[in-house]
Each structure stands twice: as C-alpha cells, then as structure tokens.
Design a binder for this molecule. Sequence first.
Ligand code: NAP
Length: 269
Amino acid sequence: MHNAALAAIQKQQPHLDYVYVPLSVKPADLAVAMAGFTAIGLVGFNITLPHKQAILPFLSRTSAIAKIVGAVNTVWQVEDGWEGTNTDLQGFLAPLSQYERDWKQSTALILGSGGAARAVAVACAQLGCAEIGVIGRNQFKLEQFQQSWQHHWTKSTLQVYPWETLPQLLPRAGLLVNSTPVGMHPHVDQSPLTKTELEGLPADAIIYDLIYIPRPTQFLVQAKQRGLVAIDGLEMLVQQGAAALEIWLKQPVPVAIMRQAAEDYLGLR
Ligand code: NAP
C-alpha cells in the first residue's frame, strides 16, 4: 500500500523517488541495522514485533504518545539521529470518528492485554472514556498491565479483569475491542465471545475487531446479526500506514489508493 501511494505521488512529483521494502532484522542485530540505516541515509521505517520497545534506546527523540504507549512503530531520520512515534493510535481512532458517542459516559472493554491492547487503551483514554476494562486470561500479565498504567494526563480509570468476569462486564460496554488473535486466519470459525455473551451487550455498543483477515471475522458477523455497529481492523492498518508515510514525506498521502492496494493484496475485493 505504501508503494502504491508512492507510485501515485511520483507521477506528480518525480523527485520523490522512494520505495518501501521489508527488512528482516534479528533482535541481536538491531544496533548494527540502525547504524546501517544511518549510513545509507534511510528516510525512515516502520518497526514491528519484536522491536517495537527495543528501538527506544536508539532514538534521540520519542513522541509523547509513543512514550505513553511504551512502543514505537514509525521512525524517521532527524538532524541528531532518529525520532520515533506510534501511529497505531491514530489508525485505531480513525474509523471511530464517524460515530457520535458521549465517550465521557462510556466504558471501553478491551479483550487481550498484549501490545495492541496497550495502544488501544491509550487511544480509549484519548477519547476520554470514563472507564477502560482490560480483559485477559493471564493474571500475571494483567497485573503488569495495571501497574504500568500510571497516567496522570487522563481522567479515564483503567481496571483489569479475568476472562471469567466478561458476562458481568458486557452490559456496560459502549465499545468492545478484540485485540486477541482469536478469529484470525486460519481459525476463522472462532470468536472471542459466545453468541449468548454477545446478547449481553447494549444495543448501541460498537464492536471493533483489530483483525482484518478474514473480513468480516466471525465476531463481527455475530455483532452485525445483533444489529450492532461492527468495525474491522483494515482501516486501522491503512490509517497507521498513511500516517507514517505522511511523516516521512512531510505531505498528505492518497489514503484511498493505499486502502485499495491493501484490499487487493489481501484479496478482500
Ligand atoms: P500480542 O501482543 O501477541 O497479544 C495478544 C493478546 O491476545 C495477549 O493478551 C494474549 O494473551 C491474547 N490471546 C491470545 N490468544 C488468546 C485466546 N485464545 N484467548 C484469549 N486471549 C488470547 O498481539 P498484538 O500485537 O497485541 O495483536 C493482537 C491482535 O491485533 C492480532 O490479531 C493482530 O493481528 C491485531 N492487530 C491489528 C492491527 C491493525 O492494524 N489492524 C494492529 C496491531 C495488531 P496471553 O498473553 O495470555 O497469550
């Protein structure tokens, strides 16, 4: 999707001669890779698992949002080294902007407590959600999540809950986010919630699945059958990518072209 956007931009601005390529770097080689990126004058890069936190010491500047999330996904070269930020939040929030909700009165429930859940929790705090519940199956990881949540900039309260308490929590969910891989290819018949559990959600709840393959997931099929608003993860993927490309190019990018390229590549059209 980046290269589709770059090709379209280059037609108007031939001097913008860039290409986006995948580079596989082992954890032990990150320092060498960074030195190499500096040496060849790389404009910038996205960084993904397992480097999203490990990159932090290599940056001379980190955006406030990346510091809060504790992870970086976008890096670009600056005068004194490298600067990093996290565009996952922007990506996550983009499709929610078309729904009018009084977030200050809303409870957001997040299924899973991994890396994406962390970015989603910060995004929900940015929305101003009154209460954020993080539901997981591993008590130790949940406690770690709770302890790391010491954000004085937000009035949102965050509470972690074991998976078994889900039926009691669902009736107060304004936003329910699946940030687990449950339902992802190849386990496409799975859903993080049973049909009965889904019945417990309020009629105006928004169901958001970060998964983009299959599209829709079983979870979203069930949500739609119940008449709930259902959002999949494709727009988040496209928007976080577009936000990164805008940082590197310092100009707006053709998001529709990126979306189309992603849908074509993933066989979604
Ligand atoms: P992660 O760090 O590995 O976290 C996954 C979380 O899901 C963990 O809390 C894990 O619990 C939980 N989990 C896994 N299997 C489970 C199961 N069977 N039942 C209950 N919980 C389960 O992964 P991530 O980076 O946060 O990504 C999570 C999902 O979001 C993935 O599907 C990924 O593709 C998607 N994602 C989408 C976008 C996008 O742009 N649309 C961006 C980022 C991520 P344990 O810790 O107990 O294993």
